[in-house]
Design a protein around this ligand. Structure first.
Ligand code: PMP
Length: 467
């Protein structure tokens, strides 16, 4: 029975939900924004207003909303085999086929043919928890129990479970929860626009970032460092593109000290960068890759961890001595998620959505630069594929930040919603993110940029108050 049946949804929400990453006080004052339906790149809220979702949800609805093919694939799977686990060697057809397909995609589309096995989970966070445990397991099996620490980066986002939340490098997610856990370290954030010294070019900056990483490794002792984890493009931190040469140099440092490379492709996987995987875009050589979001375009909660030959060989060679691999979840390799993921990959291929992302990437940047590039508070507009960031500064010439405690990007984001476009305000630097469905059209990008420009104009008096 609904105990609140005489109340509105708005009121029931306030009385019954604890929202993730939401201020309880603000929510109590403002209430929820309730969305009721969506199609393509457009959401409809409870008031009947239509909004262009330039976030694709949380960077995840890669094929756009309302795809009947995916709903049909899910419905057929639910009717046929609604659940199957993979524990103790149990299996099911679509999950087997999906694992094989992902290994093939990585070999063909990321130039990474060195992956041997796939492990399935349900979220980006748990994929990174799996990586967190796998690197320990690997070193325990190799007789290197002291080699356990993981290095992440300031500004990184890897999820919010206890382990993945520790890998995340954004203080706001740590401070009230006594995180990070022991054994997780953070090196410098390689975002040239904000963190370069005056006059320091990208190459010199990248060299300094990598020197910082190596200094941290040497300080801690290379024998204590198991892995380095990185997003190819740092998403939630603020859409930070890796400086030229950065990853090639990082890779050399990792090789020198026998450190595994975990690549978090939760955002960048499945076309977001204009190629299938960020691993291919940036020529990375990972040992573990975390995938989620675009794997099913968020039509089902599902993640995958790609495991390289190098790690797999150690697991396989020691298996008789160590016994079972004691890790896994009730929903690892869920048959419905697997069916939806296969249909999603079919759809991405059939409609050429990765090519569409590559084709529209310059359009997205040009549309933003054309309309807001001259605004005195817009410091930087950057992106790759269909992910872009607009970074706000109080002074363009000096890159001076806005006053401490202000949130100009939240003000703009609020005005953007009022103008009918969703552009997320990120939690680390004052950046609005754009990551529309890969199925978006050029006309929709222009329309979103027009609306966003009107929002920025409307926000100017409030922004001036934040200087
Ligand atoms: N890694 C990255 C790079 C992400 O962007 C996210 C989610 N935004 C995660 C991990 C965590 O994924 P989830 O929220 O599904 O746990």
């Amino acid at each position: 029975m609904n105990t609140h049946r005489n109340l509105t949804l708005d009121q029931i929400d306030r009385m019954s939900l604890l929202h993730p990453v939401t201020s309880i006080a603000d929510h109590d004052r403002n209430g929820p924004v309730i969305y009721e339906a969506a199609q393509g790149a457009r959401l409809r809220d409870a008031a009947g207003r239509e909004l262009l979702d330039m976030g694709a949800g949380l960077w995840c609805v890669n094929v756009g909303y309302g795809r009947a093919e995916l709903a049909d694939a899910g419905a057929a799977a639910l009717k046929n085999l609604s659940y199957q686990h993979l524990f103790g060697g149990a299996s099911c057809p679509d999950t087997i086929l999906l694992a094989d397909r992902l290994l093939g995609l990585f070999a063909d589309r990321a130039g990474a043919g060195h992956f041997a096995r796939v492990f399935f989970g349900t979220s980006g966070s748990d994929a990174n928890d799996t990586a967190f445990k796998l690197v320990r397991y690997y070193n325990n099996l190799r007789g290197r129990p002291e080699k356990k620490k993981i290095i992440s980066r300031s500004g990184a986002y890897h999820g919010l479970t206890a382990a993945s939340g520790s890998l995340t490098g954004i203080p706001a997610y740590h401070k009230a929860f006594d995180l990070p856990l022991d054994g997780v370290l953070h090196t410098a954030c390689p975002h040239h626009y904000r963190f370069a010294h005056e006059g320091e070019d990208e190459a010199a900056f990248a060299a300094r970032m990598v020197a910082d990483l190596e200094a941290l490794i040497e300080r801690e002792g290379p024998d204590t460092i198991a892995a380095f984890i990185a997003e190819p493009v740092m998403g939630t931190g603020g859409v930070f593109l890796p400086p030229a040469d950065y990853f090639a140099r990082v890779q050399q440092v990792l090789d020198r000290h026998d450190i595994l490379f975990v690549v978090d492709e939760v955002i960048t996987g499945f076309g977001r960068t204009g190629q299938w995987f960020g691993t291919g875009t940036y020529g990375l050589r990972p040992d573990i890759v975390s995938l989620a979001k675009g794997l099913t375009s968020a039509y089902f909660p599902m993640s995958a961890s790609m495991i390289s030959d190098r790690i797999w060989q150690v697991l396989a060679d020691t298996s008789d001595a160590t016994g079972a691999f004691m890790h896994g979840f009730t929903y690892s390799g869920h048959p419905v998620g697997s069916a939806i993921a296969l249909a999603n990959l079919d759809l991405i291929e059939r409609e050429g959505l990765v090519d569409n992302a590559a084709r529209l990437a310059p359009r997205l940047l040009a549309a933003l630069r054309d309309r807001i590039g001259d605004n005195p508070f817009v410091g930087d507009i950057r992106g790759v594929g269909l992910m872009a960031g607009v970074e706000f500064v109080a002074d363009r010439a000096t890159r001076k930040p806005f006053r401490e405690g202000t949130a100009p990007h939240r003000i703009v984001s609020r005005h953007a919603a009022a103008q009918g476009v969703l552009a997320r305000a990120l939690p680390f630097l004052p950046v609005n993110a754009f990551s529309p469905p890969l199925s978006i059209t050029a006309a929709e990008i222009d329309e979103a940029a027009d609306r966003y420009a009107r929002a920025l104009e409307a926000a100017m008096p409030e922004l001036a108050g934040c200087v």
